[in-house]
Write a new protein. Structure first.
Length: 275
């Protein structure tokens, strides 16, 4: 799959150059996009973003004469009603608008943007900041094949990309991958506390838990085996791992707790989208 952006022609406008927007910007550059092809709209640009101005990035210029091939909206969803109308002048028939705002539906975006705008709603997660994220995207009916291909390239700058046709899945996507890193961090916290309760010095237990969760995640990333097989491969019958898994896999163990957690996050996502 060709992920290079060296053949990108035109102007890309990044609205919101915070942590996620900044990570995307660096990723695009690694894939061959020149900084002078990008306009960053950010009221309070960080020093790292300002430094990129010396390398060609256009920061907060006048948008009066700008024609954008792609507009990436990476602002907080709360300020979307104020920000989106200001982007109307940038959106032409061949412009694709890519939103990574949590909870803002295609319907909301279509109502706020010019009629017939090609819009993609995307949900990344925080590992995108180190190029190891995963983003799930859903296009509206006006997104063409070339626009979808461009969107895919832009989003792959921070990790893997999946596409769905049913926007109704996005709340569950948010509950699994969008919020999921927090569940993993909680696992590391819980494991560290359990180790300390078993007698380990707290700082040693925290280091062991951190390294174990990070290492297991990297093994899962690199392996062709699924999670269940990897789990089985480190579980000897009658051993210590099996004893622990008997607790974690009991009827009141991790599976039902995780199902309730994801269901709660999914419900909350629907509530926020309807708010």
């Amino acid at each position: 799959m060709d992920t290079s952006l060296s053949d990108f022609d035109g102007t890309l406008v990044l609205v919101g150059a915070g942590k996620m927007g900044g990570a995307m910007l660096e990723g695009w550059h690694r894939l061959g996009l020149k900084f002078d092809q990008v306009i960053a709209i950010e009221p309070e640009p960080a020093p790292e973003i300002m430094a990129l101005g010396q390398r060609g990035l256009r920061i907060n210029p006048s948008l009066d004469m700008v024609v954008a091939r792609a507009v990436v909206v990476a602002v907080k969803p709360q300020i979307a009603p104020q920000v989106l109308p200001t982007l109307a002048r940038l959106v032409r028939d061949d412009t694709v608008v890519i939103s990574i705002m949590a909870g803002r539906t295609l319907g909301f975006l279509e109502k706020t943007l010019p009629a017939n705008a090609a819009v993609v709603r995307a949900m990344p997660n925080t590992p995108a900041s180190i190029g190891r994220g995963i983003t799930v995207s859903v296009p509206n009916a006006r997104v063409s094949k070339p626009q979808r291909a461009l969107t895919d390239k832009l989003l792959r700058a921070t990790g893997a990309v999946e596409w769905v046709a049913d926007e109704g899945l996005m709340d569950a996507v948010t509950a699994v991958s969008g919020s999921g890193p927090a569940y993993v961090f909680l696992l590391a916290e819980s494991l560290a506390r359990a180790g300390a309760a078993a007698g380990l010095p707290a700082d040693l237990s925290a280091r062991l838990a951190r390294a174990t969760v990070a290492g297991a995640g990297e093994l899962l990333h690199r392996s062709d085996l699924d999670a269940a097989t990897l789990r089985q491969n480190v579980t000897s019958p009658g051993g210590t791992t099996a004893a622990a898994l008997d607790v974690l896999m009991s009827p009141e163990g991790l599976n039902p707790v995780m199902e309730r957690a994801v269901a709660a996050a999914t419900r909350r996502g629907r509530e926020l989208a309807g708010a």
